[in-house]
Write a protein that binds this ligand. Structure first.
Ligand code: FMN
Length: 191
């Protein structure tokens, strides 16, 4: 499941995200769903309130369905977009045991943005791939928003492959651990 969190039309980070989801579905024949928060807005998260918002209900179903996530964010002041943070605030158990990959659109590599998303994800007992993808609109895309940097394209393909392979291995081990009598695993907390 891919989460696009830029509120810009033709966002660079969401464009790269769509590229990865396309590879996942065409090359690896896996079901890939996109939630573009620019089109499917979520209200500001309110703790202890059961949201009646239709978008929230739909996204919650998709989040529970997914076993791998790709988070795509622009770099805003060295941080993830507020839209992304608000999305993450809605969930935690639904993320546990699942694997996350990261795409950041930035003029400065966006490493602090990835670190912050990783921190939030780790806090929810989820796993992160040990690298992220940084895109720079000035070098990587042409004026129509197509990816023209071959190295970037190759890294997006690697991200798609690693999410499918590692995401699958980790998720199924988590499910096995939840369903066995071995109690001393972190997965056992989720029974
Ligand atoms: C409020 C705001 C803050 C930004 N802060 C940074 C920043 O700290 N560092 C940076 O490299 N780019 C910054 N940018 C630029 C965006 O990260 C950059 O244009 C990005 O490519 C936009 O991605 P998008 O097309 O997916 O929205 C900022 C842009 C906005 C609107």
């Amino acid at each position: 499941m891919g989460i696009g969190s830029s509120m810009r039309e033709n966002s660079f980070s969401t464009t790269a995200l769509k590229n990865v989801l396309e590879i996942i579905s065409v090359k690896y024949n896996a079901e890939a769903r996109l939630v573009n928060l620019q089109e499917t807005e979520m209200p500001i998260y309110r703790p202890s309130t059961q949201s009646e918002n239709e978008n929230v209900k739909r996204i919650t179903k998709d989040v529970s369905w997914a076993n791998v996530f790709v988070l795509a964010s622009p770099d805003y002041h060295g941080s993830m977009s507020g839209t992304m943070k608000n999305f993450l605030d809605y969930f935690w158990k639904e993320f546990s045991g699942k694997t996350f990959g990261y795409i950041v659109s930035s003029h400065e590599k966006g490493l602090t943005v990835m670190d912050q998303m990783r921190t939030a994800v780790r806090q929810c007992y989820a796993w992160s791939l040990p690298y992220g993808i940084s895109i720079n609109e000035r070098e990587d895309l042409n004026s129509s928003g197509q990816i023209v940097n071959k190295k970037l394209q190759s890294r997006l393909e690697m991200l798609a492959r690693d999410l499918v392979v590692y995401g699958g291995l980790i998720y199924w081990q988590f499910v096995r651990d939840k369903n066995t009598s071995e109690a001393n695993t972190f997965a056992h907390y989720y029974i």
